[in-house]
Design a protein around this ligand. Structure first.
Ligand code: FA5
Length: 340
């Protein structure tokens, strides 16, 4: 028994894990273990030997059991320590930045224009991108065989449906809604589609922001005033502006507004194709036919309208040399304009 005790204690002492300890427990204290054997064999001993051997066997058993418990506690504590060590967090390390999305530059430009015009008393209107021929052309004084339809090459879906080529049809929708009673003062942003060949300043899908103001006594000078406020707000007081006479079937008279080129300051570069100017919007006084077709009396009401390209505005404002950057989703391009 004494030898057994020594062997057991050494075994327990050298156990390196809980599994080895469990094995020692089974080996020394299990049902088939040596101590159980000794206790089972007590009947064969003489009456003098029995109490001596019995006591010793019990003591050895208790001692071994106690040591196993001690060792178990020790091993478990070590395990916890090891786990804590491996899960340690270094709170002094610099944090990792989480990448967040942000507004697309075009969205920001549109919001900036909307904010300005809301400040001038305009409200926001939207219309469908798949549009009826009537609203895209006819209601804008462009009957079926009008040659000016060629000014905007269109994606037709059926004879009567097309992808809208401009945001001007929202003018007709909005005027109809007002049933001949002004004032109407709206800004209409949205996507438009044309069969244009893509190049540095043209895209087959782009955006427009339409403006419409119809009331008693609205004059061309009101249009000029509003566009001047807009241009100074968006580009700064130092940028030059020019209005050129132009033609749109839905306005009379019609103008186009150019802004001096951001890149070359008016000396000619690939952005302005050498002209020194970049066209950003078309405008004019709403044609009497357009007012009449949408239920307004042109003898009572007059109005101005304009349609601008936010891509061109962004290009001028930030010196972006190619319109295709807006639509090719290169994150390195977009990241330069991260704003909240
Ligand atoms: C129009 O679309 C008229 N509806 C604008 C208008 C509205 C005139 C109200 C009068 C009254 P235009 O085709 O010129 O006009 O286009 C207007 C603006 O859209 C242009 O000045 C330009 O900034 C932008 N734009 C036109 N075509 C493209 C294109 N392919 N890619 C990018 N921007 C374009």
């Amino acid at each position: 028994l004494l030898e057994l005790r020594a062997q057991a204690l050494e075994n327990i002492g050298s156990a390196e894990g809980l599994k080895a300890l469990q094995d020692a427990h089974i080996r020394f204290l299990g049902k088939k273990g040596p101590i159980t054997e000794v206790l089972k064999g007590m009947g064969k001993l003489s009456s003098e030997e029995r109490p001596v051997v019995g006591q010793l066997a019990n003591e050895v058993r208790k001692l071994i059991a106690a040591r196993i418990e001690e060792k178990r506690a020790e091993l478990e504590a070590k395990l916890i320590e090891k786990k804590l060590e491996s899960e340690k967090i270094d709170v002094t390390l610099p944090g990792r930045k989480i990448a967040t999305g942000s507004s697309h530059l075009l969205g920001s430009i549109i919001r900036e224009v909307e904010d300005l015009f809301i400040g001038l008393g305009f409200s926001i209107e939207e219309g469908p991108e798949v549009e009826q021929d009537y609203y895209n052309f006819e209601a804008l004084n462009l009957p079926k065989d009008h040659p000016a339809r060629d000014m905007q090459d269109s994606f037709y879906i059926t004879d009567e449906l097309l992808m809208r080529t401009h945001t001007s049809p929202v003018q007709a929708h909005t005027l109809e809604k007002h049933k001949g009673v002004g004032p109407v003062k709206v800004i209409c942003p949205g996507k438009v589609y044309r069969r244009d060949n893509d190049d540095a300043t043209h895209s087959h899908q782009f955006m427009q922001i339409e403006g419409l103001y119809v009331d008693h006594n609205v004059r061309l000078s009101d249009l000029k005033g509003v566009l001047t406020v807009f241009a100074k707000h968006m580009f700064g007081a130092d940028r030059e502006i020019r209005l050129r006479p132009s033609f749109f079937p839905f306005t009379e008279p019609s103008v186009e507004m150019d802004i001096s080129c951001f890149r070359c300051g008016g000396h000619g570069c690939n952005v302005c194709k050498g002209t020194g100017w970049i066209e950003i919007l078309g405008a004019g006084m709403v044609h009497p036919n357009v007012l009449r077709m949408s239920g307004f009396d042109p003898n009572e009401y007059t109005g101005f309208a304009f349609g601008m390209g936010p891509e061109r505005i962004a290009m001028l404002k930030y010196g972006i040399e190619d319109i295709r950057h807006f639509y090719t989703d290169d994150i390195r391009f977009l990241k330069q304009f991260n704003r909240a």
